[in-house]
Every structure is written in C-alpha cells, then in structure tokens.
Design a binder for this molecule. Structure first.
Ligand code: ZN
Length: 252
C-alpha cells in the first residue's frame, strides 16, 4: 500500500491520490470529497459502490444483503439492488412470478399455420377456452365447439404447465416484437392494450391470449408469428380433442 500513490475511497469507489485523503479520512479510506458528505449521503454512496462492485459469484451473505437491499427505503438503492439482482439471477423474477400466477380462465386463439409433431404444417383457426372451476376445455374450429371436462388433478396440472413450462405470462415480453416502437416512452404502470389495439388492428395476429389469474391479474397478449412455445401449447391442447380419445367425455 505504501508503494502506491493513493488508494480507493471506500465510499465513491474511485482510485484517488494520497493528497485526496487527509487526517481521519485517510485512515478510514474516505476521500476528502466523500468525507464532506453528510453521514446519510456517505452511507448511501458506499452502499451503491458496494452494489456496483459485487463479484460475479456471490457468497450467501452477499446474496442475502443484495436481497434485503431491494426493500430499501432509499429508492435509488432499491432500484439498483433490483437491477444487480436481475443481472446475477436472470430467471429469479420469472420463477417468483410462476408461484403467484394460477390461471383461472384463459382464451387462446390461433389463426396461422401450425406444425404437427411430424413436422407437417396445417392451417389452424382455433379458439381454446380453459376454465379452472368447471375444469372444462373447449375447442372451437370451423364453427364447431367441442368441450372436454378433465379430472380436477389433470386440469390443475395442465394449467400449471401452461404457466411454468410454456411461460404464457411472458409471451408478450418474449415474442411480441412489433409492439415496442409504438411506445412513446417508458410510461410505467399502465396497461397499454387499449392504445395498441387500434394501431395494430389492420393486421390479424397469428395468436392471441387473454388470461385471468386467481390473484386478480389479467393479461392480454398477441403476436404476429408462431413461436415454438405457442405451437406446442396448441398441439398440447389439441390432443384433448383427438378422435381416437374415445375414453374421454366429449360433449358436442
Ligand atoms: Zn470518495
């Protein structure tokens, strides 16, 4: 340390010359500039510096510290902690959401080509509706609606699968490419569906989903091509309506 010309200030995280440190500040590694800050400001700066300098691999303590900071009263610290956390654990937030979202009702409409499990494409114009309470799935194709009723356990499994495997609640984020340029800025905390609707109305979406969850959340999403996950969910649902499934209860 003596060989070096200066050292890092532990508050601002900047490498500074020896002259930038003085007296008490010097032994505590706090530069003059930071020493002049109020204690609250200094502690905030120090926390932000530590946040920005966390190693790639976090110890259990660092992870716990980072988690706790997301609830900080200081907005800047909380926001930074959330961003750093998301960087370290990119799927954590998504996995947290999965635990909270239970589909109550869902309508899933497809109007495009789909690929079957053999890789052959077919024209699809299908509307599925799923309802947790009645445990019914219905499938409307060519003006004919078929409905099947699943055992409670199976219905639960299917609805869970749609959230946890197909990650339906992220479809907008994952698959909607065309919606981004229609936003003027980041107006946070509002549903923009109504505004988008009119802009894209001319083009028929390849798929659309509307879901209500048991926690009261609602989602409406659509996209203009068929990604694999959308295709697979459609096939998954179609198999409940296959003709040879004569053991199922099918109502017309
Ligand atoms: Zn400093």
């Amino acid at each position: 340390m003596a060989k070096k010309q200066g050292h890092y200030c532990k508050v601002c995280g900047t490498y500074r010359s020896n002259e930038s440190f003085s007296g008490k500040g010097h032994s505590a590694y706090i530069c003059k500039k930071c020493a002049a800050l109020s204690p609250a400001e200094r502690s905030k700066e120090m926390t932000l510096t530590r946040l920005m300098n966390l190693p790639y691999r976090l110890s259990a303590e660092q992870k716990a510290w980072l988690k706790g900071l997301q609830k900080s009263d200081c907005h800047e610290i909380a926001e930074t902690a959330k961003a750093v956390y998301a960087e370290h654990f990119p799927y954590a937030e998504r996995n947290e959401r999965k635990k909270l979202l239970h589909i109550k009702e869902m309508t899933f409409h497809i109007q495009d080509e789909l690929w079957d499990e053999y890789g052959d494409s077919f024209d699809a114009q299908i509307t599925f509706t799923l309802d947790r309470k009645s445990r019914q799935i219905s499938c409307t194709q060519a003006e004919t609606t078929d409905t099947v009723e699943l055992p409670e356990k199976e219905m639960k499994k299917l609805l869970n699968r749609i959230v946890s495997e197909y990650e339906v609640f992220c479809w907008e984020e994952d698959f909607s490419q065309s919606d981004f340029d229609s936003f003027d800025g980041d107006d946070e905390g509002g549903s923009d569906f109504a505004e988008n609707e009119s802009a894209d109305d001319t083009e028929q979406p390849s798929w659309s989903v509307s879901i209500s969850y048991s926690n009261g959340e609602e989602q409406q999403m659509k996209g203009f091509d068929i990604p694999i996950r959308v295709n697979e969910l459609a096939l998954d649902l179609l198999q409940y309506f296959e003709d040879d499934a004569d053991d199922d209860e099918i109502y017309f």
